[in-house]
Design a binder for this molecule. Structure first.
Ligand SMILES: *Cc1c(COP(=O)(O)O)cnc(C)c1O
Length: 379
């Protein structure tokens, strides 16, 4: 019976690794610190429904997304837990925030005023700007923050405050000082409104959570490290943390190239000798950056296969001259392990000057998501 391969380009999401990462971080936090899992951007490309479901089965009770569509998407798929929208929601859609019992971030005094004007008594948290200079009440004016928070706590259902650290991944003195300063400013604001007894006071992202000198707050908002990536170049992940995602494709064709022949659009690669190349049906429309043309590499049968020529929209070409046993539907690893080699999202990112976050969130919708999870023992 012919059992063909079913997939063209796919990411494998290992939920066992996700759970193991979660356990490792939990073990590092103070007992009364809760993890707020950041599942924005489709859980950093991993699939927010599956990730949220898996994490909530394993004790995570609070989730953060970036926008109203992500939040409503989770609700419509039956997720009933706490959801915080970290960013802007169009004021015309605060009705959905209310209707679906979602918590909205208040971006400014002006935004809070608009929220009151909408007439929906939404659950909300104030963002406090301690140095990111993006959203939130400016913590440099403590009195202003106190007044605004107290004023709107009465008019909306305010349940928390948070700030965002912008260089917590840096280990140089200036970065460490800046982070300390951000935390100090945030705590001053939180302290000025402590009589409101707001239950959700949080300031740590992944990088902040890895920052050992910081005592934990009641919540840490963990994003990228749950998925097994480093928040910054200099970050050191705890032992045992692994990437949750790997990305694979297959060989579609194998062909011989004569010396002097060129490959792909623009003829940017010219064979210096006779060689064997292969077409792989993954391209920049799948989120594999075209900037990796003639630069990146993939893994085939435990060996490195360099990308040759321009990456196309739907395909790329690789040099398999030195790799035995390459044929139709041989597996190609774009991200992940093969033999003794491992390509991480951070490796790929380094090759074209970006960060791992952009690589994993960039895997496009048309790439299949395949989930692995060992059957869990009944608890
Ligand atoms: C994205 C985001 C996070 C998570 O960041 P990581 O670096 O992935 O941990 C936390 N807080 C806010 C406000 C965010 O926007």
């Amino acid at each position: 019976m012919f059992m063909g391969n079913n997939y063209r380009s796919w990411v494998e999401i290992d939920l066992d690794v996700l759970v193991s990462n979660l356990r490792i971080y939990k073990g590092k936090l103070r007992e009364n610190t809760e993890i707020m899992a950041v599942v924005k951007a489709d859980a950093y490309g991993h699939g927010d429904l599956e990730i949220t479901k898996c994490l909530s089965t394993h004790g995570v009770r609070y989730f953060a997304v970036s926008n109203i569509d992500e939040a409503v998407g989770l609700r419509l798929n039956g997720f009933g837990g706490e959801i915080l929208i970290l960013g802007y929601t169009p004021t015309g859609r605060l009705v959905d925030v209310y209707k679906h019992n979602i918590t909205q971030t208040l971006l400014s005094e002006e935004y809070a005023k608009a929220a009151v004007a909408s007439g929906y008594p939404i659950k909300c948290q104030f963002a406090i700007d301690t140095g990111m200079r993006r959203i939130g009440l400016n913590a440099d004016d403590l009195l202003y923050c106190e007044n605004v928070i107290k004023q709107y706590a009465k008019r909306l259902r305010l349940n928390g405050l948070f700030t965002h650290l912008c260089v917590a991944d840096g280990s140089d003195e200036a970065s460490v000082d800046f982070t300390r300063e951000q935390i100090y400013k945030f705590k001053s604001v939180a302290n000025s409104v402590r009589d409101l007894c707001l239950p959700y006071i949080h300031y740590q992202n992944s990088a902040g959570g890895l920052f050992h000198f910081i005592e934990s707050s009641s919540f840490v908002r963990l994003g990228v490290i749950l998925y097994g990536l480093k928040p910054g170049k200099e970050s050191v992940l705890p032992q045992g943390i692994k990437p949750v995602m790997s990305w694979k494709s297959v060989i579609a064709t194998v062909l011989d190239l004569e010396k002097g022949e060129t490959v792909s659009y623009g003829r940017t690669y010219k064979a210096k000798r006779r060689m064997k190349i292969a077409a792989v049906p993954t391209g920049y429309a799948d989120g594999y950056s075209r900037l990796l043309s003639n630069k990146g590499y993939v893994l085939v049968n435990g060996k490195v296969a360099p990308i040759v020529g321009q990456i196309c929209m739907d395909q790329m070409l690789i040099d398999v001259s030195e790799i035995p046993d390459v044929k139709l539907e041989t597996e190609v690893v774009l991200l992940g392990r093969s033999g003794s080699f491992h390509i991480t999202a951070d490796n790929l990112a380094d090759m074209y000057g970006t960060i791992g976050y952009e690589v994993i969130t960039g895997v496009s919708k048309r790439v299949a998501r395949i989930y692995h999870q060992s059957p869990s023992p009944l608890i």
